[in-house]
Design a protein around this ligand. Structure first.
Ligand SMILES: [Zn+2]
Length: 478
Protein backbone atom coordinates (compact mmCIF):
# COMPACT_ATOMS: atom_id res chain seq x y z
CA UNK A 1 0.00 0.00 0.00
CA UNK A 2 2.65 2.43 1.05
CA UNK A 3 4.75 1.43 -1.96
CA UNK A 4 1.80 1.96 -4.26
CA UNK A 5 1.19 5.38 -2.72
CA UNK A 6 4.84 6.25 -3.20
CA UNK A 7 4.91 5.26 -6.87
CA UNK A 8 1.78 7.37 -7.44
CA UNK A 9 3.59 10.31 -5.85
CA UNK A 10 6.58 9.74 -8.15
CA UNK A 11 4.32 9.68 -11.21
CA UNK A 12 2.57 12.83 -10.08
CA UNK A 13 5.92 14.52 -9.58
CA UNK A 14 7.07 13.46 -13.05
CA UNK A 15 3.88 14.80 -14.63
CA UNK A 16 4.42 18.03 -12.74
CA UNK A 17 8.03 18.33 -13.96
CA UNK A 18 7.03 17.65 -17.57
CA UNK A 19 4.16 20.16 -17.34
CA UNK A 20 6.51 22.83 -15.98
CA UNK A 21 9.02 22.10 -18.73
CA UNK A 22 6.36 22.43 -21.43
CA UNK A 23 5.13 25.64 -19.86
CA UNK A 24 8.67 27.03 -19.90
CA UNK A 25 9.16 26.03 -23.54
CA UNK A 26 5.81 27.62 -24.38
CA UNK A 27 6.75 30.86 -22.60
CA UNK A 28 10.13 30.91 -24.34
CA UNK A 29 8.47 30.47 -27.74
CA UNK A 30 5.91 33.17 -26.99
CA UNK A 31 8.67 35.56 -25.94
CA UNK A 32 10.66 34.79 -29.09
CA UNK A 33 7.65 35.25 -31.36
CA UNK A 34 6.74 38.47 -29.62
CA UNK A 35 10.31 39.68 -30.03
CA UNK A 36 10.33 38.67 -33.70
CA UNK A 37 7.11 40.51 -34.46
CA UNK A 38 8.18 43.58 -32.49
CA UNK A 39 11.81 43.93 -33.46
CA UNK A 40 13.36 41.38 -35.79
CA UNK A 41 10.54 41.50 -38.32
CA UNK A 42 11.01 45.28 -38.62
CA UNK A 43 14.66 44.83 -39.58
CA UNK A 44 13.63 41.90 -41.74
CA UNK A 45 11.06 43.93 -43.67
CA UNK A 46 13.15 47.10 -43.76
CA UNK A 47 15.82 45.28 -45.72
CA UNK A 48 14.95 46.41 -49.23
CA UNK A 49 16.70 43.40 -50.73
CA UNK A 50 14.43 41.04 -48.87
CA UNK A 51 12.23 39.37 -51.45
CA UNK A 52 10.30 37.46 -48.80
CA UNK A 53 8.30 40.33 -47.31
CA UNK A 54 5.37 38.55 -48.95
CA UNK A 55 5.39 36.25 -45.90
CA UNK A 56 3.49 39.04 -44.17
CA UNK A 57 1.56 39.98 -47.29
CA UNK A 58 -0.04 36.52 -47.10
CA UNK A 59 -2.30 37.77 -44.31
CA UNK A 60 -2.43 41.53 -44.91
CA UNK A 61 -3.12 43.48 -48.09
CA UNK A 62 -0.43 46.19 -48.32
CA UNK A 63 -2.01 49.57 -47.49
CA UNK A 64 -2.27 52.58 -49.82
CA UNK A 65 -0.23 55.79 -49.88
CA UNK A 66 -2.00 59.15 -50.18
CA UNK A 67 -1.15 62.82 -50.65
CA UNK A 68 -2.12 65.15 -47.80
CA UNK A 69 -5.23 66.12 -49.77
CA UNK A 70 -6.38 62.53 -50.29
CA UNK A 71 -5.15 61.53 -53.76
CA UNK A 72 -4.14 57.87 -53.81
CA UNK A 73 -0.58 57.65 -55.18
CA UNK A 74 0.20 53.97 -54.49
CA UNK A 75 -2.22 51.09 -53.95
CA UNK A 76 -2.47 47.31 -54.12
CA UNK A 77 -4.49 46.10 -57.11
CA UNK A 78 -5.27 42.62 -58.44
CA UNK A 79 -4.89 41.41 -62.02
CA UNK A 80 -7.15 39.09 -64.06
CA UNK A 81 -5.64 36.05 -62.38
CA UNK A 82 -6.36 37.54 -58.95
CA UNK A 83 -2.66 38.17 -58.38
CA UNK A 84 -1.73 41.27 -56.37
CA UNK A 85 0.50 44.00 -57.79
CA UNK A 86 1.44 47.54 -56.76
CA UNK A 87 -0.28 50.24 -58.79
CA UNK A 88 0.99 53.84 -59.08
CA UNK A 89 -1.87 55.74 -60.77
CA UNK A 90 0.21 58.88 -61.46
CA UNK A 91 3.10 56.93 -62.95
CA UNK A 92 6.22 59.17 -62.79
CA UNK A 93 4.70 62.07 -60.85
CA UNK A 94 5.77 60.81 -57.39
CA UNK A 95 8.55 58.37 -58.37
CA UNK A 96 11.39 59.67 -56.18
CA UNK A 97 9.09 60.76 -53.37
CA UNK A 98 7.19 57.49 -52.92
CA UNK A 99 9.70 55.02 -54.32
CA UNK A 100 8.66 51.57 -55.51
CA UNK A 101 8.06 47.92 -54.72
CA UNK A 102 9.04 45.52 -57.44
CA UNK A 103 12.81 45.41 -57.70
CA UNK A 104 13.58 45.52 -54.03
CA UNK A 105 12.05 48.61 -52.46
CA UNK A 106 12.89 52.30 -52.22
CA UNK A 107 11.58 55.57 -50.78
CA UNK A 108 8.51 55.62 -48.53
CA UNK A 109 7.56 52.16 -49.80
CA UNK A 110 10.76 50.81 -48.21
CA UNK A 111 10.73 52.91 -45.04
CA UNK A 112 7.06 52.21 -44.27
CA UNK A 113 6.83 48.66 -45.57
CA UNK A 114 6.38 47.27 -42.06
CA UNK A 115 3.55 49.70 -41.26
CA UNK A 116 1.74 49.25 -44.60
CA UNK A 117 1.67 45.50 -43.87
CA UNK A 118 0.09 45.93 -40.43
CA UNK A 119 -3.66 46.07 -39.95
CA UNK A 120 -5.28 48.06 -37.15
CA UNK A 121 -8.92 47.27 -37.91
CA UNK A 122 -10.96 45.94 -34.97
CA UNK A 123 -10.18 42.45 -33.69
CA UNK A 124 -13.73 41.29 -34.54
CA UNK A 125 -13.21 42.27 -38.17
CA UNK A 126 -9.78 40.66 -38.26
CA UNK A 127 -11.21 37.37 -36.98
CA UNK A 128 -14.14 37.58 -39.43
CA UNK A 129 -11.76 38.21 -42.33
CA UNK A 130 -9.43 35.40 -41.31
CA UNK A 131 -12.33 32.92 -40.97
CA UNK A 132 -13.68 34.00 -44.38
CA UNK A 133 -10.25 33.67 -45.97
CA UNK A 134 -10.10 37.40 -46.73
CA UNK A 135 -6.88 39.37 -46.18
CA UNK A 136 -6.95 42.10 -43.58
CA UNK A 137 -6.48 45.61 -45.04
CA UNK A 138 -3.10 47.16 -44.14
CA UNK A 139 -2.87 50.67 -42.69
CA UNK A 140 -2.61 53.58 -45.12
CA UNK A 141 0.15 56.18 -45.14
CA UNK A 142 -0.82 59.83 -45.55
CA UNK A 143 2.12 61.89 -46.82
CA UNK A 144 2.63 65.66 -46.58
CA UNK A 145 2.56 66.16 -50.37
CA UNK A 146 0.15 68.57 -52.04
CA UNK A 147 -1.10 67.05 -55.28
CA UNK A 148 -1.42 70.29 -57.30
CA UNK A 149 1.94 71.68 -56.11
CA UNK A 150 3.67 68.41 -57.01
CA UNK A 151 2.04 68.44 -60.45
CA UNK A 152 3.08 72.06 -61.08
CA UNK A 153 6.68 71.24 -60.07
CA UNK A 154 6.74 68.13 -62.25
CA UNK A 155 5.26 69.80 -65.32
CA UNK A 156 7.35 72.95 -64.78
CA UNK A 157 10.63 71.01 -64.92
CA UNK A 158 9.36 69.63 -68.22
CA UNK A 159 12.23 68.07 -70.19
CA UNK A 160 14.97 69.55 -67.98
CA UNK A 161 17.00 67.46 -65.57
CA UNK A 162 17.03 68.94 -62.09
CA UNK A 163 14.94 69.13 -58.95
CA UNK A 164 12.23 71.02 -57.10
CA UNK A 165 11.56 70.80 -53.38
CA UNK A 166 8.96 72.83 -51.46
CA UNK A 167 8.60 72.89 -47.67
CA UNK A 168 6.14 74.46 -45.23
CA UNK A 169 8.46 76.63 -43.05
CA UNK A 170 6.41 76.45 -39.82
CA UNK A 171 6.23 72.63 -39.75
CA UNK A 172 8.89 71.14 -42.06
CA UNK A 173 6.22 69.34 -44.10
CA UNK A 174 7.49 68.58 -47.63
CA UNK A 175 4.76 69.79 -49.98
CA UNK A 176 6.43 68.91 -53.30
CA UNK A 177 9.54 66.95 -54.27
CA UNK A 178 10.47 66.19 -57.88
CA UNK A 179 13.72 64.95 -59.40
CA UNK A 180 14.47 64.34 -63.07
CA UNK A 181 15.44 62.16 -64.84
CA UNK A 182 12.93 59.82 -63.23
CA UNK A 183 11.30 56.42 -63.76
CA UNK A 184 7.86 54.85 -63.80
CA UNK A 185 7.53 52.76 -60.59
CA UNK A 186 4.89 50.60 -62.33
CA UNK A 187 7.47 49.20 -64.73
CA UNK A 188 10.64 49.45 -62.62
CA UNK A 189 11.32 45.68 -62.70
CA UNK A 190 10.76 45.43 -66.46
CA UNK A 191 13.15 48.26 -67.35
CA UNK A 192 15.60 47.75 -64.46
CA UNK A 193 18.63 46.98 -66.66
CA UNK A 194 17.96 50.04 -68.76
CA UNK A 195 17.41 52.35 -65.75
CA UNK A 196 20.61 51.19 -64.03
CA UNK A 197 22.75 51.15 -67.19
CA UNK A 198 25.82 53.19 -66.20
CA UNK A 199 26.82 53.84 -69.79
CA UNK A 200 23.70 55.98 -70.20
CA UNK A 201 24.93 58.03 -67.26
CA UNK A 202 21.57 59.54 -66.35
CA UNK A 203 21.27 58.26 -62.73
CA UNK A 204 17.48 58.10 -62.92
CA UNK A 205 17.30 56.45 -59.47
CA UNK A 206 19.17 59.34 -57.80
CA UNK A 207 16.84 61.74 -55.97
CA UNK A 208 18.54 65.00 -56.92
CA UNK A 209 16.24 67.01 -54.62
CA UNK A 210 17.88 65.55 -51.51
CA UNK A 211 21.07 63.91 -52.83
CA UNK A 212 22.15 66.18 -55.69
CA UNK A 213 25.47 68.05 -55.31
CA UNK A 214 25.27 71.30 -57.30
CA UNK A 215 27.32 74.50 -57.46
CA UNK A 216 25.04 77.00 -55.66
CA UNK A 217 25.85 79.99 -57.89
CA UNK A 218 24.45 83.28 -56.64
CA UNK A 219 22.00 81.59 -54.22
CA UNK A 220 25.14 81.24 -52.05
CA UNK A 221 25.16 85.03 -51.56
CA UNK A 222 22.60 84.33 -48.81
CA UNK A 223 25.33 82.46 -46.88
CA UNK A 224 28.02 85.09 -47.65
CA UNK A 225 25.61 87.78 -46.41
CA UNK A 226 25.04 85.93 -43.12
CA UNK A 227 28.82 85.45 -42.72
CA UNK A 228 29.32 89.21 -43.29
CA UNK A 229 26.66 90.10 -40.70
CA UNK A 230 28.25 87.71 -38.17
CA UNK A 231 31.71 89.15 -38.86
CA UNK A 232 30.39 92.72 -38.37
CA UNK A 233 28.25 92.45 -35.21
CA UNK A 234 25.05 92.27 -37.23
CA UNK A 235 25.66 95.58 -39.08
CA UNK A 236 24.92 95.71 -42.79
CA UNK A 237 26.74 99.02 -43.42
CA UNK A 238 28.48 97.62 -46.50
CA UNK A 239 29.32 99.86 -49.46
CA UNK A 240 30.86 99.12 -52.83
CA UNK A 241 31.32 100.88 -56.15
CA UNK A 242 30.83 98.29 -58.91
CA UNK A 243 32.69 98.86 -62.20
CA UNK A 244 31.37 95.65 -63.78
CA UNK A 245 34.25 93.39 -62.78
CA UNK A 246 36.86 92.76 -60.10
CA UNK A 247 40.31 91.20 -60.46
CA UNK A 248 41.64 89.07 -57.58
CA UNK A 249 45.14 87.58 -58.00
CA UNK A 250 44.94 87.83 -61.82
CA UNK A 251 41.52 86.14 -61.76
CA UNK A 252 38.82 88.39 -63.25
CA UNK A 253 35.24 88.08 -62.03
CA UNK A 254 32.51 89.78 -64.09
CA UNK A 255 29.07 90.93 -63.10
CA UNK A 256 26.22 89.35 -65.02
CA UNK A 257 26.04 90.67 -68.61
CA UNK A 258 29.21 92.68 -67.73
CA UNK A 259 26.93 95.32 -66.26
CA UNK A 260 28.39 98.09 -64.01
CA UNK A 261 26.15 98.42 -60.94
CA UNK A 262 27.81 101.62 -59.62
CA UNK A 263 27.47 102.57 -55.93
CA UNK A 264 25.65 99.94 -53.91
CA UNK A 265 24.72 99.27 -50.32
CA UNK A 266 24.18 95.73 -49.02
CA UNK A 267 20.54 95.52 -50.13
CA UNK A 268 21.41 96.72 -53.64
CA UNK A 269 24.42 94.43 -54.00
CA UNK A 270 22.18 91.50 -52.99
CA UNK A 271 19.18 92.34 -55.16
CA UNK A 272 21.41 93.13 -58.18
CA UNK A 273 23.30 89.90 -57.43
CA UNK A 274 26.51 91.90 -57.94
CA UNK A 275 29.42 89.49 -58.32
CA UNK A 276 32.07 92.20 -57.92
CA UNK A 277 30.60 93.42 -54.61
CA UNK A 278 30.28 89.90 -53.21
CA UNK A 279 33.77 88.82 -54.34
CA UNK A 280 35.11 91.95 -52.57
CA UNK A 281 32.99 91.18 -49.50
CA UNK A 282 34.32 87.59 -49.46
CA UNK A 283 38.03 88.44 -49.58
CA UNK A 284 37.57 90.96 -46.76
CA UNK A 285 35.81 88.47 -44.48
CA UNK A 286 37.65 86.84 -41.62
CA UNK A 287 38.16 83.29 -42.99
CA UNK A 288 37.41 81.65 -39.68
CA UNK A 289 34.15 83.62 -39.45
CA UNK A 290 33.24 82.65 -43.04
CA UNK A 291 33.98 78.99 -42.32
CA UNK A 292 32.09 78.80 -39.04
CA UNK A 293 29.07 80.62 -40.53
CA UNK A 294 28.92 77.89 -43.20
CA UNK A 295 29.27 75.16 -40.57
CA UNK A 296 26.49 76.68 -38.46
CA UNK A 297 24.31 76.79 -41.57
CA UNK A 298 24.69 72.99 -41.89
CA UNK A 299 27.50 72.71 -44.46
CA UNK A 300 29.70 69.58 -44.12
CA UNK A 301 26.99 67.97 -41.94
CA UNK A 302 24.23 65.40 -42.28
CA UNK A 303 21.03 67.39 -42.72
CA UNK A 304 18.40 66.98 -39.99
CA UNK A 305 15.64 65.66 -42.27
CA UNK A 306 13.57 62.46 -42.25
CA UNK A 307 13.66 62.06 -46.03
CA UNK A 308 16.06 59.17 -46.69
CA UNK A 309 19.66 59.37 -47.87
CA UNK A 310 20.46 63.07 -48.08
CA UNK A 311 23.79 64.41 -49.30
CA UNK A 312 26.10 66.64 -47.25
CA UNK A 313 26.77 70.04 -48.77
CA UNK A 314 30.47 70.90 -49.05
CA UNK A 315 32.25 74.13 -48.11
CA UNK A 316 35.94 74.55 -47.46
CA UNK A 317 38.10 77.58 -46.80
CA UNK A 318 41.17 77.93 -44.59
CA UNK A 319 44.12 80.31 -44.15
CA UNK A 320 45.98 78.70 -47.10
CA UNK A 321 43.10 79.03 -49.57
CA UNK A 322 44.20 81.39 -52.41
CA UNK A 323 42.34 84.72 -52.44
CA UNK A 324 40.97 84.09 -55.95
CA UNK A 325 39.28 80.91 -54.68
CA UNK A 326 37.80 82.77 -51.68
CA UNK A 327 36.41 85.39 -54.10
CA UNK A 328 34.80 82.68 -56.25
CA UNK A 329 33.46 80.88 -53.17
CA UNK A 330 31.74 84.09 -51.99
CA UNK A 331 29.71 84.19 -55.22
CA UNK A 332 28.85 80.47 -55.14
CA UNK A 333 31.45 79.18 -57.59
CA UNK A 334 34.67 77.37 -56.60
CA UNK A 335 34.52 74.06 -54.71
CA UNK A 336 31.22 74.53 -52.85
CA UNK A 337 28.35 72.11 -53.54
CA UNK A 338 24.81 72.08 -52.15
CA UNK A 339 21.68 69.95 -52.37
CA UNK A 340 18.37 71.62 -53.30
CA UNK A 341 17.00 70.34 -49.94
CA UNK A 342 19.70 72.23 -48.04
CA UNK A 343 19.00 75.52 -49.85
CA UNK A 344 15.26 75.02 -49.26
CA UNK A 345 15.87 74.41 -45.53
CA UNK A 346 17.90 77.66 -45.28
CA UNK A 347 15.18 79.81 -46.88
CA UNK A 348 12.52 77.97 -44.85
CA UNK A 349 14.43 78.96 -41.69
CA UNK A 350 14.60 82.60 -42.89
CA UNK A 351 10.82 82.47 -43.55
CA UNK A 352 10.32 81.07 -40.03
CA UNK A 353 12.26 83.93 -38.33
CA UNK A 354 15.43 81.84 -38.09
CA UNK A 355 14.03 78.64 -36.58
CA UNK A 356 14.57 75.48 -38.64
CA UNK A 357 11.86 72.81 -38.60
CA UNK A 358 13.12 69.35 -39.60
CA UNK A 359 11.68 68.31 -43.00
CA UNK A 360 9.49 65.20 -43.17
CA UNK A 361 7.09 63.63 -45.65
CA UNK A 362 5.28 60.85 -43.73
CA UNK A 363 2.44 62.54 -41.87
CA UNK A 364 0.28 59.75 -40.39
CA UNK A 365 -0.74 56.11 -40.53
CA UNK A 366 -4.49 55.52 -40.68
CA UNK A 367 -6.36 52.21 -40.32
CA UNK A 368 -8.90 51.06 -42.92
CA UNK A 369 -11.60 52.07 -40.42
CA UNK A 370 -10.25 55.64 -40.36
CA UNK A 371 -8.53 55.60 -36.96
CA UNK A 372 -5.18 57.39 -36.68
CA UNK A 373 -2.59 54.77 -35.72
CA UNK A 374 0.35 57.19 -35.42
CA UNK A 375 1.12 60.76 -36.44
CA UNK A 376 4.37 62.69 -36.94
CA UNK A 377 4.75 65.78 -34.75
CA UNK A 378 6.70 68.70 -36.29
CA UNK A 379 10.18 68.88 -34.77
CA UNK A 380 12.34 71.97 -34.29
CA UNK A 381 16.07 71.75 -34.96
CA UNK A 382 16.43 75.09 -33.20
CA UNK A 383 17.49 78.52 -34.36
CA UNK A 384 20.17 78.59 -37.09
CA UNK A 385 19.68 82.25 -38.08
CA UNK A 386 19.12 85.11 -35.61
CA UNK A 387 15.95 87.16 -35.55
CA UNK A 388 17.72 90.29 -36.84
CA UNK A 389 19.57 88.35 -39.59
CA UNK A 390 16.23 86.87 -40.74
CA UNK A 391 14.68 90.37 -40.75
CA UNK A 392 17.48 91.82 -42.92
CA UNK A 393 17.46 88.86 -45.32
CA UNK A 394 13.69 89.24 -45.69
CA UNK A 395 14.26 92.82 -46.88
CA UNK A 396 17.02 91.82 -49.30
CA UNK A 397 15.07 88.85 -50.68
CA UNK A 398 11.97 91.02 -51.11
CA UNK A 399 14.08 93.56 -53.07
CA UNK A 400 15.21 90.77 -55.46
CA UNK A 401 11.57 90.24 -56.44
CA UNK A 402 10.42 93.87 -56.30
CA UNK A 403 13.25 95.52 -58.26
CA UNK A 404 16.16 93.09 -58.51
CA UNK A 405 17.04 90.11 -60.68
CA UNK A 406 13.55 88.53 -60.40
CA UNK A 407 11.47 91.70 -60.94
CA UNK A 408 10.18 90.50 -64.32
CA UNK A 409 8.65 87.32 -62.82
CA UNK A 410 4.88 87.35 -62.29
CA UNK A 411 4.16 85.95 -58.82
CA UNK A 412 0.52 87.12 -58.86
CA UNK A 413 -0.89 88.47 -55.57
CA UNK A 414 1.63 86.65 -53.37
CA UNK A 415 4.39 88.33 -51.36
CA UNK A 416 7.58 86.64 -52.53
CA UNK A 417 11.11 86.75 -51.08
CA UNK A 418 13.89 85.03 -53.02
CA UNK A 419 17.28 84.79 -54.65
CA UNK A 420 18.05 83.80 -58.20
CA UNK A 421 21.19 81.97 -59.25
CA UNK A 422 22.94 81.17 -62.49
CA UNK A 423 25.60 78.60 -61.65
CA UNK A 424 28.52 77.77 -63.92
CA UNK A 425 29.29 74.06 -63.91
CA UNK A 426 31.77 73.77 -66.77
CA UNK A 427 34.88 75.54 -68.04
CA UNK A 428 32.55 76.80 -70.75
CA UNK A 429 31.02 79.75 -68.88
CA UNK A 430 27.95 79.73 -71.11
CA UNK A 431 26.85 76.42 -69.60
CA UNK A 432 24.86 77.32 -66.49
CA UNK A 433 22.25 75.85 -64.13
CA UNK A 434 19.20 77.94 -63.37
CA UNK A 435 18.40 78.40 -59.63
CA UNK A 436 15.67 80.02 -57.57
CA UNK A 437 15.37 79.74 -53.79
CA UNK A 438 12.88 81.64 -51.65
CA UNK A 439 9.43 81.65 -50.19
CA UNK A 440 5.94 83.01 -50.78
CA UNK A 441 3.35 84.30 -48.32
CA UNK A 442 -0.37 84.72 -48.99
CA UNK A 443 -2.73 87.30 -47.44
CA UNK A 444 -3.53 84.92 -44.54
CA UNK A 445 0.17 84.64 -43.64
CA UNK A 446 0.54 81.04 -44.87
CA UNK A 447 4.04 80.40 -46.26
CA UNK A 448 5.80 78.01 -48.64
CA UNK A 449 9.59 77.76 -49.14
CA UNK A 450 11.08 76.40 -52.35
CA UNK A 451 14.34 75.48 -54.10
CA UNK A 452 14.37 74.96 -57.86
CA UNK A 453 17.31 73.92 -60.01
CA UNK A 454 17.10 73.32 -63.76
CA UNK A 455 20.28 71.81 -65.15
CA UNK A 456 21.83 73.64 -68.09
CA UNK A 457 18.83 75.96 -68.45
CA UNK A 458 20.64 79.32 -68.11
CA UNK A 459 19.45 82.38 -66.16
CA UNK A 460 17.64 81.71 -62.86
CA UNK A 461 15.31 84.64 -63.49
CA UNK A 462 14.21 83.22 -66.84
CA UNK A 463 13.57 79.56 -65.91
CA UNK A 464 13.75 78.59 -62.24
CA UNK A 465 11.91 81.63 -60.81
CA UNK A 466 8.89 81.32 -63.17
CA UNK A 467 8.71 77.60 -62.24
CA UNK A 468 8.65 78.57 -58.54
CA UNK A 469 5.78 80.98 -59.34
CA UNK A 470 3.79 78.09 -60.86
CA UNK A 471 4.30 75.91 -57.76
CA UNK A 472 3.35 78.80 -55.43
CA UNK A 473 0.17 79.51 -57.40
CA UNK A 474 -0.82 75.83 -57.54
CA UNK A 475 -0.34 75.57 -53.76
CA UNK A 476 -2.06 78.79 -52.69
CA UNK A 477 -4.87 78.95 -55.30
CA UNK A 478 -7.37 76.73 -53.52
ZN1 LIG B 1 28.20 94.49 -60.05
Amino acid sequence: MTRHKNSKKVIRKEIYVVAVMFSLIFVAMAVYLGHFVAIDSRDFIYNSYNSRFSVFADDVKRGSIYTADGHVIAKTATDDENKEYRDYPDERLFSHAVGYVGKGMAGLEANYSFDLLKSHISLDEQINNTLSGIKNPGDSLYTTFDYEAQKAAYEGLNMFDGAVIAIEPETGKVVAMVSKPDYDPNTIAKYWDDITDDTKNNSALLNRAIAGAYPPGSTFKIITTIAYLRDNNGNDDFEYNCKGSITVDDYKIHCSSKKSHGNENMLQAFSNSCNSAYAYMGINLDRQAFSSAADNLLFNKDLPAALGNTKQSKFYIDTDTPESIVAQTAIGQGQTTVSPLHMCMLVAAIANNGELMEPYMADKLVSEEGDIVSETAPKSYGRIISDSEARLLNQYMEAVVMDGTADSVDFGDLSVYGKTGTAEYSTNKNMTHSWFVGYAKDSSGKKLAIAVIMEGAGYGSKYAAPLAAKVFNAYFDK
